[in-house]
Design a protein around this ligand. Structure first.
Ligand SMILES: [Zn+2]
Length: 206
């Protein structure tokens, strides 16, 4: 049992409030959907509560979660997906999740192929490790599930230790992205969203 949970530093609250405003302004977290988290220390994260407006996150909207303890009440239902990523890779400092139209539509359209393949876009270079538009970005797609503990196990079993793309899609649901810092996670989110929107537009005019 955890006796002392760390308090949430103001910088962490500020990061989570800022990413919430950023995503809400773009229409990526409609109807209180989406969730955001940031590492507080090696064993703890701060994550958004369930059902809050992601465009107006304050200190009281965040909960500290110990990565090796049972989840506290009130956290987002998708907290197991965050916790599993942080446990898997100690270098991850922030995880962001949105329910955008492009992620939702393309994850359904390409679920049978297991990934959305993005080809030839300069924006590939927004993703850590990508240095050219000539390297395809293959964004994995997993079927959705309401048992998020089981879903997290399924996702982590399929992902390699060091995934080439810092994100994945849940079919008919949305996009997860992460990074070493909140700035990295936000750049990955924005880059992947841009790529998905381009792909969606191209399919429309084809
Ligand atoms: Zn979600």
């Amino acid at each position: 049992m955890t006796l002392h949970l760390p308090s949430i530093p103001d910088a962490v609250t500020g990061d989570l409030a800022a990413i919430g405003r950023f995503a809400a302004a773009r229409g990526w977290v409609p109807a209180t959907s989406g969730n955001f988290s940031r590492r507080v220390d090696a064993g703890h994260i701060a994550i958004t509560r369930s059902g809050i407006d992601k465009g107006a996150i304050g200190a009281s909207d965040l909960i500290v979660v110990a990565l090796d303890e049972p989840l506290p009440a009130g956290v987002s239902a998708e907290t197991p997906l965050h916790v599993a990523r942080y446990r898997r890779n100690p270098a991850i400092g922030a995880i962001v999740h949105v329910h955008s139209v492009a992620a939702t539509v393309l994850s359904r359209a390409d679920e049978g192929q297991g990934s959305v393949t993005l080809h030839g876009f300069e924006m590939h270079k927004a993703l850590h490790g990508f240095t050219s538009h000539e390297t395809d970005v293959q964004l994995p797609i997993f079927s959705n599930g309401q048992d998020t503990e089981a879903l997290a196990r399924r996702v982590e079993a399929a992902l390699p230790d060091d995934p080439p793309v810092p994100g994945y899609l849940l079919s008919g649901h949305g996009l997860y992205a992460w990074g070493a810092t909140m700035d990295d996670a936000r750049r990955h989110l924005e880059g992947l969203e841009f790529l998905l929107q381009c792909s969606l537009e191209e399919r429309r005019i084809r």
